[in-house]
Design a protein around this ligand. Sequence first.
Ligand SMILES: [Zn+2]
Length: 489
Amino acid sequence: MGRPRVLVGEFKHETNSFCSSRTGIPQFRARSLKVGDEIVPFFRGVRVELGGIIAGCEEEDLEMIPSVAANAMPGGLVTREAMEFVKGEMLKAIANAGSVDGILLSLHGAMVLEDAPDGEGELLSALREAVGPNVPIMATLDHHANITPAMLEKATCLFAYDTYPHVDQYDRGYEAAKTMARVLRGEIKPVMRGKRIPILAPFLQTAKAPMKDFIDAAHRWEEDCRVVSVSILAGFPWADIPDCGCSVIAITDGDEELAQKIVDSMADTIWARREECALELTPLEEAVRRAIAAPKGPVILADVADNPGGGGSGDTIYVLRELIRQGAKNVGLAIIWDPEVVEKAAQAGVRSRIKVRLGGKMEPLFPDSIEIEATVRTIADGIFVNKGPMGRGLRNDVGRLVALDADGIEILVPERRIQPWDPEIFRRVGIEPTEKQILVVKSSLHFRAAYGPFASEIIEVDAPGITAINFHQFNFKNVARPIFPLDTF
Ligand SMILES: [Zn+2]
């Protein structure tokens, strides 16, 4: 028998079903869409899931059949066209190969389609149909995946990140590939069980209780040699689908009873501590006042409610407006997504003074914009490579990237939306982030991995936005009720 042949692919999207926009093929293309032979050279050595999958396959001498790798910025419902394209590419790669011995995927796990609630369930069902019941299908998942019955039924093994900020994407991909090799050699026969916990969780660091305790407990289970993997998923709360919520997945070597016991006990533990999952944010006016008065910078103001990494438009101006109102100086702000202003700045040129209406153009629910007069300081190509612990080595391309200086507040305006979790975005336009008094980042938590070590203080700001954590203000229609904290228990 020749080398085992394994289909490799990626289809990642975190869908915020409250966003007004749609996520189609152009949005996948704008972030990352690679097909066939482009995939392995692009991801080899990069600290993301596919980097780990490739390393594991090469180490285990599995022949990779690269299909498609599509990843879009979190945002609105994914179009039917995008799903059919990606699914079609994967099915075509299987058909062209004649047969495959396994499937290794990098998924997010919180994809909602414009006409169906369970993107990953649909994809996994189609692949299962194509390869039959005996071919192992394994996938990595984001810690913010919402687990559905179809995902648990159609996949053989699912491995979620253990970290938020997500610094173990590569390790989970590697783990999936190594597990695939063990299964193909007949060393283990995995069985998987999952359980939903009816909690809408805001962004909870895995370095702090309660989430740290849950992950630690999962790791203790993994010390048992019968256990292959235990995942704790916080879920993605802005996806209004029936299965939205926290969950637990346990995979054992052939021991269904043990897998069930693990998910039952973990679910009980998490449910009992649900009250600890709530977070308190700092009111905007107070946050800015404290940041200005801080004896030492940089103070990070995290604009958690407009996080492009959760579907935020990246163009709300509430924090900027308050900074101007209070006369803040020596500020770096990433980002206000506004291609129109990029174009105006580019036409005016570096050093020119421009008057623009900034922000509030992308999400009809948050339409406030701000008139500013600013100097065009830098116009860059918007290409930078992550140097922080998260996704190190990954190349970002935000289109043209402009730095506007509004009298001491330097605003990064990219042509494409991004969650600025790596400070290299500032350096790309010649701003040294460590020297600022205040840094504003539109990010809920990922920024902590790279900004945390040099921040004098981090303040999570309570401002309006589509990733706000007061879940009562969203009009949930589909999520299975009752659920904490929308309902009382
Ligand atoms: Zn996530």
